[in-house]
Ligand binder design. Structure first.
Ligand code: C5P
Length: 227
């Protein structure tokens, strides 16, 4: 069977990653979380003192950008990719609230986007890939054979993120998460470079009231139709 490219875009915490991972596993495709790359650049900025408060030093980051190397390695146990920043496993470190609250301004910078988009295109050049993010169907793989645009209400998304972080033992407040979700939505939709928007040919999936199983079934049906 010919391999295709699958682009899954949508708001933060709408379950894109879970669905993309499950689908990739089921159909034997590579899964790439493009958000992890923006998070890794943000972590690099935090670690290297490129932030003062919430303000990012853009000229300094431009000088550093060539020293930021992001790779993925398959976790033998889960068979899922883990994110590495300059050779160090940062899969857990990029999922903190600190990174979540600083990632949107970093991902609005044009030279950060062009560096990461090139890397993503390189990773997908053989097809057989499921990539999730904000601009995968519009900018990274405009020719993708299957594009899905996922939405869910902000409250439901905040609750999902809250449960996820609590399960990991992180001390978090629901209100703070809801505010972060809304702020990220606003920045992601209103930035100049590659704002989050539905590609004309993307299928819309509102998963507010769907179970993971129902969602998976729907996705597999779309995959079958596209191949
Ligand atoms: O998907 P996730 O919430 O982990 O992504 C983190 C952040 O990275 C998003 O809030 C968004 O600002 C940015 N992002 C992006 N383009 C992508 C993927 C993520 O701008 N393709």
């Amino acid at each position: 069977m010919k391999k295709i490219t699958i682009a899954i875009d949508g708001f933060s915490s709408c379950g894109k990653s879970t669905m993309a991972k499950d689908l990739a596993k089921e159909i034997g495709y590579i899964y790439i979380d493009s958000g992890a790359m923006y998070r890794a650049v943000t972590l690099y900025c935090i670690k290297n003192g490129l932030f003062s408060g919430d303000e990012i030093n853009i000229p300094e980051l431009e000088r550093h950008i060539k020293d930021i190397h992001i790779t993925f390695k398959l976790d033998e146990k889960t068979q899922l990719p883990r994110t590495y920043l300059n050779g160090e496993d940062v899969e857990d470190a990029i999922r903190t609230m600190e990174v979540s609250s600083k990632v949107s301004p970093v991902s609005a910078i044009d030279f950060v986007r062009s560096a990461l988009v090139s890397l993503q295109q390189e990773m997908g050049k053989e097809k057989g890939i499921v990539m999730d993010g904000r601009d995968i169907g519009t900018t990274v793989f405009p020719e993708a054979e299957l594009k899905i645009y996922v939405t869910a209400s902000p409250d439901i998304r905040a609750l999902r993120r809250y449960d996820e972080l609590q399960a990991k033992g992180q001390e978090v407040k629901f209100e703070e998460i809801l505010q972060n979700v809304k702020e990220r939505d606003y920045i992601d939709q209103n930035r100049k470079v590659s704002p989050l928007k539905r590609a004309k040919d993307a299928l819309l999936l509102d998963n507010s009231l769907l179970t993971i199983e129902e969602q998976k079934e729907w996705l597999l049906k779309q995959f079958e139709k596209a191949t």
